[in-house]
Design a protein around this ligand. Sequence first.
Ligand SMILES: Nc1nc2c(ncn2[C@@H]2O[C@H](COP(=O)(O)OP(=O)(O)OP(=O)(O)O)[C@@H](O)[C@H]2O)c(=O)[nH]1
Ligand SMILES: [Mg+2]
Ligand SMILES: [Zn+2]
Length: 303
Amino acid sequence: MSSNVLSGCVVESYGRRVVVAPAEGPSLPCKLLGRRLDVVAGDEVRIEKHEGSDDWTVVERLDRRNVLSRSDSRGLEESIAANLDQLGIVVAPMPLCDPFIVDRYVAGACYAGIGPLLIVNKLDLPQDSGDLSYVTAFRQLGLPVCSVSAKTGAGLQDLIALLSGKRTLLAGQSGVGKSSLLNALAGDLIRTTGGLSDRSGEGRHTTVSSAIIRLPWGELADSPGVRDYAPPVVPPKDVQHGYPEIAALAGGCRFLDCLHVREPQCAVQGAVGEGAVDPRRYESYRRLLNLNRQLDEKRGWRT
Ligand SMILES: Nc1nc2c(ncn2[C@@H]2O[C@H](COP(=O)(O)OP(=O)(O)OP(=O)(O)O)[C@@H](O)[C@H]2O)c(=O)[nH]1
Ligand SMILES: [Mg+2]
Ligand SMILES: [Zn+2]
């Protein structure tokens, strides 16, 4: 039996169903061959269609340059999107964002070798709509930070400069305006947006799938809003690599395997005491160290 074979990039992902954009021609809906194939938006794949059939099947995933992943509640690693150049972490004054989630996204991006970028949306809202004071610490870290309004278009030119020539995944809590930003940047696009819930003021989890949009100046991926984000489990000694300002000090610690918690002559604890490391970020590092251990234990119980 003869078959057609193509390769292309996964531009939309709905679990076991994906849409693949081949190098030429229209995008094709495909199903995944077998349960074990881990394929997400951004993956390069090989697809096949058998003679007489209308259905394309993803038969193989090609090598990944990188993958952004998360831990599920059992500590198991789950891919989010692959072959990214940048992670755009979107926050807004409303709904109020948890800076610890931003920290963990930055950590997840660092683990994966993907550059993080902080996008502060809803610049048009009054100054007192929500506390954004945590943003300063990220600026001081040297993280690119861009303030924009998807509604008025303010700051979008600066944002485009940061996104140009790159594939960026937009991630963050529900309702911060990821889909609105995509629509504003892409002009007449199609991503559905939703309001905030009247009762809780949280987002409505409007977007349910990840999709990559190809624009003349770069590629942008929308993703569903999260309630929380936990990076994949790593060895305890590597948690610090999610906090570049902490990892940078580790060379000054007495012990090579210092976790910067209770060890004597620890350069990190010293720097926190002197105010050279943001105390909230240090607290966040310790929380992730704990979470990482808990998830590792859960993962261990399964195997
Ligand atoms: N004032 C103001 N409102 C905005 C802005 N951007 C988005 N919104 C509103 O915020 C709400 C949520 O926007 P979405 O784009 O659906 O948010 P999302 O991050 O995609 O949410 P999920 O898909 O649920 O993760 C909508 O009511 C938007 O109109 C902005 O720049 N200013
Ligand atoms: Mg959305
Ligand atoms: Zn230390």
